[in-house]
Design a protein around this ligand. Structure first.
Ligand SMILES: [Zn+2]
Length: 71
């Protein structure tokens, strides 16, 4: 899902974002990169089939960030 970012309050405490992709491609789209640049520094995309191996994290510039998913 996507929403207009102008609807969000400005909040410096926002550290990053999480969203899902309906398909198996976990790479950020151009719109995602634009969105990432506005909020925090860690951006997680959960791609289909929504399992641990389909979770990816990126910095605001779109470079891959290694994270560990913990319980
Ligand atoms: Zn996306």
């Amino acid at each position: 899902a996507f929403f207009d970012t102008w609807m969000l309050p400005y909040d410096e405490s926002i550290k990053g974002t999480v969203h899902s992709h309906p398909g198996p491609n976990p790479r950020p789209s151009g719109a995602d990169l634009n969105f990432f640049s506005k909020f925090g520094g860690v951006h997680i995309i959960i791609a289909y089939p929504f399992v641990e191996d389909s979770v990816r994290a990126y910095r605001s510039d779109g470079s891959v960030l290694r994270i560990e998913v913990v319980d």
